[in-house]
Design a binder for this molecule. Structure first.
Ligand SMILES: [Zn+2]
Length: 459
């Protein structure tokens, strides 16, 4: 999947305009879309339009454009924006909502090749100008196969029509900053404000647009997209537990990659394999873990968490009761090799103590069981079966992906969602009533969670 900038004077015969042409192979946005890298293939969609630079394509960036450049009409334009700050899929949705016809994303050196001691790959880890991020742009609370939200994609599953899925309606394509430099250097319009954080680190004058200094020229996107159903595979291994075989500790990672996956996921897969091998050696010499350990290698994560989601959807009745913890390795080796762990806050201490070779101080297996069950219960107490308002697949009332940035978490998302842009709503009374309702629900859930920690022998 390579972006090719054609000659600046290339003639776009179809549209009768000169173009700065970007050959676009639409990023794989869903399971059923596999991009073609063949330049021989006929594009499914071709269009020319004016480019508009939208910084990071966040909500606030589009609001900034509207407030400061009301004369710029984004309808039908191609947005060019830089990666970073928020999940790329939200950028596509924001561009779509603004009326754009297409989105070009690039990695600006300001974010991915910062000036300093470190060199560009392969001499260092900064991104070279030909590097393009290939991640999917699918935003949904119900990850997994977009045709079977909430249920496993098995043989008898009911499958939605393509058109009923929340897949993006506009094409998006990633390019490297070498190609972006060519496009941005030709743009006209007001110079961006450095003070407002709109200037990147390419050696060009960043301009908002729309369009190029030569009015004859347009940006052109050729879209190559196919949709088809493909099989993907999860590989599961396990060691049966000795004392509590019906309690599962799961160690997992995905197996597919944007390109070769040296860091993501293969450094994690190597770690997973090595842990499985070492545990296997122990088992051969008679050792058994206290609980069952599952080793899971997921297929098709990069398309939208497909393998892991479908597995959980298929076995959620069992996993919901028996899974004690899920440990994910992915980018296991990155940067300066420091151990980096992210987890639900309830596991912070467990990880810290494990790193200190914690020795269990509870004598009886029953005492351990009671304590462990409380740890599981307190986490699950935050889960509301009916889900968040209008987001039924998200059921944790303390953390949820932000509505405007899937990479970020909102704390108390029910309240945050209820208050989003509330000042602009003419119906203040209804909106604040919903906020009060969400505050009451959240308070109840926190109180319920606290009760799970009470001494079980004292009830
Ligand atoms: Zn990964």
């Amino acid at each position: 999947m390579v972006a090719v900038i054609e000659t600046l004077n290339a003639l776009c015969k179809t549209f009768g305009c000169q173009t700065i042409a970007v050959e676009i192979h639409r990023s794989c946005v869903e399971k059923h879309c596999l991009s073609s890298s063949s330049h021989e293939a006929k594009p499914h969609m071709t269009f020319c339009s004016d480019l508009v630079y939208a910084n990071y394509a966040r909500v606030e960036d589009f609001e900034y454009l509207e407030d400061n450049y009301p004369e710029i009409n984004l309808t039908g334009t191609i947005i060019i924006a830089r990666y970073g700050k928020i999940f790329r899929g939200n950028k596509a949705l924001h561009a779509q909502a603004a009326g754009a016809k297409g989105l070009i994303l690039y990695s600006d050196p300001a974010d991915y090749a910062v000036d300093g001691d470190i060199s560009l790959y392969p001499d260092g880890w900064w991104l070279p100008e030909t590097g393009a991020q290939r991640g999917n742009i699918w935003v949904s609370d119900a990850k997994g196969d977009p045709l079977t939200p909430g249920f496993p994609a098995n043989a008898y599953a009911y499958r939605k029509n393509d058109t009923d899925t929340p897949l993006p309606k506009i094409p998006a394509h990633p390019i490297g900053y070498g190609d972006a430099r060519r496009l941005l250097s030709e743009m006209k319009g007001p110079v961006v404000s450095e003070a407002d954080g709109w200037k990147g680190n390419l050696n060009v004058t960043y301009r908002i647009g729309p369009g190029f200094t030569d009015p004859q020229r347009k940006a052109k996107m050729n879209i190559y997209t196919t949709r088809e159903i493909r099989n993907t595979y999860d590989v599961i291994g396990y060691i049966r537990g000795d004392t509590e075989p019906d309690r599962y500790v799961i160690l997992g990672n995905h197996r597919d990659a944007w390109v070769y996956g040296s860091t993501d996921p293969s450094s994690g897969t190597a770690t997973l394999m090595e842990v499985a091998r070492a545990f296997g050696e122990q088992v051969k010499s008679g050792w058994r873990p206290r609980r069952s350990i599952l080793f899971t290698s997921w297929g098709s994560e990069e398309y939208g968490l497909l393998g892991s989601t479908e597995y959980v959807e298929e076995f959620q009745k069992i996993l919901g009761e028996r899974a004690v913890a899920y440990l994910n390795v992915d980018c296991a080796v990155v940067g300066n090799y420091t151990l980096r762990v992210k987890s639900t806050p309830l596991l912070y201490n467990a990880i810290y103590e494990a790193a200190r070779q914690y020795k269990c101080q509870y004598a009886s297996p029953l005492e351990v069981r009671q304590l462990n069950d409380q740890l599981m219960q307190v986490e699950r107490a935050f889960i509301e079966p009916l889900g968040l308002p209008n987001r039924k697949f998200l059921r944790h009332l303390v953390f949820a992906p932000s509505n405007n940035d899937y990479y970020a978490a909102d704390a108390f998302p029910g309240i945050v969602d209820a208050m989003f842009n509330i000042d602009e709503d003419p119906d203040q009374e209804t909106r604040w009533r919903i906020v009060r309702e969400q505050m009451a629900i959240t308070a109840f859930v926190i109180q319920s969670a606290a009760t799970t920690l009470a001494d079980v022998l004292q009830f």
